[in-house]
Design a protein around this ligand. Structure first.
Ligand SMILES: NC(=O)C1=CN([C@@H]2O[C@H](COP(=O)(O)OP(=O)(O)OC[C@H]3O[C@@H](n4cnc5c(N)ncnc54)[C@H](OP(=O)(O)O)[C@@H]3O)[C@@H](O)[C@H]2O)C=CC1
Ligand SMILES: CC(=O)N[C@@H](CCC(=O)OP(=O)(O)O)C(=O)O
Length: 325
């Protein structure tokens, strides 16, 4: 079976990771690559290591009115730039939007694939969750649905690799000299992922995520994302681990570990790792979540969502082991 696939934003970090995964996918055929400043360049010029079967593809100027015959389009454009153009893509073309323009937007399904795959199958417009929300929500969902923690007063302390900012993140914070051997908090009290997390926590728990605090930090590594989430709840560590093991039983991409997870465990993969430490005497639950920001945080999750909407095995193209070391 061959499913005709396009990627817009292919020269970026998210698009490049989608290219890597789709190049090895057993059912997807990349027939369209698009961008802006990279348009006109052969793919092999932008990515010298691209497989021979894709070497002839030339990056097109992104134009939703000039698409070839496509079954599915991956959109990996800067948040804020894709809504108007994606609205002009024909209905017959399924879309997975890796960017942030369609999360909790009417007509689009919020694609938390490990948590609610049944909501995604059969849909044609999927909004990938943001990278911080997916790590956080994957760790919290079993606890919220089991009532082991409350939805209020949750504190999320997050660390991300620099590639989370994309190639275009050019305000001087992301160069080698600024990031090497440096730690930077940012987005305090107002990060764009707050509303997405508040809405989904409320959906999962049936209550309000009032008092949510989220502080991301840039750390000097290329890939990887870790959240340490402090919650109020009268549960033991064993109860939290058991709840997560039950919740994710049979799900291929979530690993529940006794040990606190590390970012390298997920590198280059679509895996999420979660773990917990809880002290009922202090009414304290600590939930931890790890993903690769470009894997489960972006392109890996997008391919998983695409598999679901194309009625393929969820794991197609995503079965490789993580990169180590
Ligand atoms: N990086 C990450 O870890 C994650 C990113 N995301 C989201 O994914 C999206 C892409 O991010 P990322 O790959 O990191 O960003 P990059 O800055 O690395 O890449 C952006 C891409 O968008 C293309 N582009 C920009 N403007 C236009 C335009 N007007 N028309 C066509 N193409 C355009 C660029 O093309 P060209 O080079 O040809 O100009 C480039 O390929 C963003 O919405 C981001 O928030 C989500 C989760 C994680
Ligand atoms: C390091 C860094 O800057 N990371 C990005 C997260 C990338 C992401 O998930 O972005 P979207 O929600 O726009 O898709 C950020 O904090 O905004």
């Amino acid at each position: 079976m061959s499913i005709r696939v396009g990627i817009v934003g292919i020269s970026g970090f998210g698009g490049g990771e989608a290219l890597r995964l789709i190049a090895g996918h057993p059912a997807f055929d990349l027939v369209y690559a698009a961008g802006d400043s990279s348009a006109g360049r052969p793919l092999i010029d932008r990515f010298p290591g691209v497989p021979h079967k894709l070497a002839g593809l030339v990056i097109a100027k992104w134009d939703p009115e000039a698409l070839p015959d496509l079954d599915i389009l991956f959109a990996s454009l800067p948040t804020g730039t894709s809504a108007e153009a994606l609205a002009r893509v024909p209905d017959s073309v399924k879309i997975v939007d890796i960017g942030g323009d369609h999360r909790h937007v009417d007509g689009w399904t919020y694609g938390l694939a490990d948590i609610w795959p049944e909501r995604i199958r059969g849909r044609t417009r999927i909004a990938n969750p943001g990278c911080f929300p997916v790590a956080t929500l994957t760790a919290l969902a079993p606890l919220l649905t089991a009532g082991l923690i409350g939805p209020g007063n949750i504190v999320i302390d997050a660390k991300t690799g620099i590639s989370g900012a994309g190639r275009g993140g050019g305000d001087g914070r992301f160069g080698y000299a600024e990031t090497n051997e440096n730690l930077q908090p940012y987005g305090l009290l107002e990060h764009v992922h707050m509303p997405e997390m508040e809405t989904t926590i409320a959906q999962l728990s049936g209550g309000s995520a009032a008092g949510l605090v989220f502080t991301p930090h840039l750390v000097p590594m290329t890939r990887g994302l870790l959240v340490t989430v402090y919650c109020r709840g009268n549960a033991t560590t064993t109860q939290c681990l058991d709840a997560a093991r039950g919740f994710y039983a049979g799900r291929p991409f979530v690993r529940v570990t006794d040990r606190p997870p590390q970012t390298k465990w997920a590198s280059g993969s679509n895996l999420s790792f979660v773990s917990y430490a809880a002290d009922p005497d202090r009414n304290l639950v600590i939930a931890m979540g790890v993903v690769d920001n470009l894997g489960k945080g972006a392109a890996g999750h997008a391919v998983q969502n695409a598999n679901l909407i194309c009625d393929l095995p969820e794991t197609f193209g995503l079965e490789g082991a993580p990169i180590w070391p």
